[in-house]
Ligand binder design. Structure first.
Ligand code: ZN
Length: 324
């Protein structure tokens, strides 16, 4: 069953891209799918829905999946900007030319529709809230506002009950009250409400959140054409998971290298992988016995990578953002 999820932070959350020497900085502005998936699995374990054996099985063969969670801004779904999104300094908005590309199959130039001499800067990767469609099909958007604050915390040794040397760390946390939306998939019924903890510092009270899940159907899905990646994408010609297949002919997006995470059962670091940033445009075909919006896991180097390959048809992406 596919679920539409809504997450409300009840305490500040430290969700960051990478760990730096001084501490955790640079909040992501969204919650990675693998992070939300882990939080849901932990909560299901705490509620007694899943056993420790079930969790082990989830590491060996994932069945619960989650897309990244993006902010809800005034009830509107923020979305990853496309590679054709650009910020105009003079207009103070983001123009996303992806619909023009979708219609024409190409894009001649990216110019501000208001003033030809305006300065455009790439807005991809980024998270935006769609406002309206302007002349020529260009989408007008705003950078998704996210309330954060920065502070310095002192680590306390649990063993000695004293300040720990080298444990002083900076963090930038997403404010409590921030709301997010996501797609979650599970092969069994999920509770309508779960208390989860996301991100770092759970033992210090960070990242406490309330997750509500609304069933959104379980129909198989098959389509070809242009898709938008709601999550990072594994740059493979073909990704298969069960009866679910994503075949890629072309990807427009930027790649980055990332440590795939941490395996909590094998207690070992996961491999470094190359991914395409979310918001990427994908030409190809999806054939699935379920909905692909919560992602299609990929097995790499003996590990399952989750929170990747969450795709939606291009038209639905625009409607999801409230335009088109
Ligand atoms: Zn402009």
């Amino acid at each position: 069953m596919l679920y539409e999820a809504r997450l409300v932070l009840r305490s500040p959350a430290i969700v960051v891209e990478r760990r730096t020497e001084r501490g955790y900085v640079k909040p992501l502005g969204y919650i990675p799918g693998s992070t939300l998936r882990g939080a849901i699995l932990d909560a299901l374990r705490a509620e007694g829905v899943l056993s420790l054996d079930d969790l082990r099985r989830e590491a060996e063969s994932p069945s619960v999946l989650s897309s990244p969670a993006y902010p809800l801004v005034g009830g509107k779904r923020a979305l990853p900007a496309s590679p054709f999104a650009a910020y105009c300094r003079e207009c103070g908005v983001v123009y996303d030319f992806a619909p023009v590309y979708a219609r024409q199959g190409k894009l001649e130039s990216i110019k501000c529709p208001v003033g030809r001499d305006h300065t455009l800067k790439p807005a991809y990767p980024g998270i935006v809230v769609y406002k309206r469609v302007a002349e020529g099909g260009v989408v007008v958007a705003e950078k998704a506002p996210i309330r954060t604050f920065r502070s310095t915390s002192v680590g306390v040794s649990k063993r000695r009950g004293a300040f720990e040397r080298g444990m002083l760390f900076d963090y930038e946390a997403v404010a409590e009250g921030t709301e997010f939306w996501a797609y979650v998939w599970a092969p069994f019924d999920l509770p309508g409400r779960l208390e989860v903890t996301v991100g770092r510092g759970a033992s210090r009270g960070f990242g406490w959140a309330e997750l509500t899940l609304k069933a959104a159907g379980s129909a198989p899905f098959s389509a070809s054409g242009l898709f938008v990646a709601l999550s990072p994408l594994v740059p493979l010609k073909k990704a298969s998971w069960g009866d679910c297949t994503l075949e890629v002919e072309r990807v427009l997006g930027r790649t980055y290298r990332v440590l795939a995470g941490w395996d909590s059962f094998k207690r070992s670091p996961l491999p470094v992988v190359e991914l395409v940033r979310q918001g990427a445009l994908v030409e190809g075909r999806v054939s699935c016995n379920r909905d692909p919006r919560a992602g299609i896991p990929v097995r790499l180097g003996g590990y399952w990578l989750t929170g990747v390959n969450a795709v939606v048809p291009f038209g639905e992406y625009l409607r999801g953002g409230g335009v088109g």
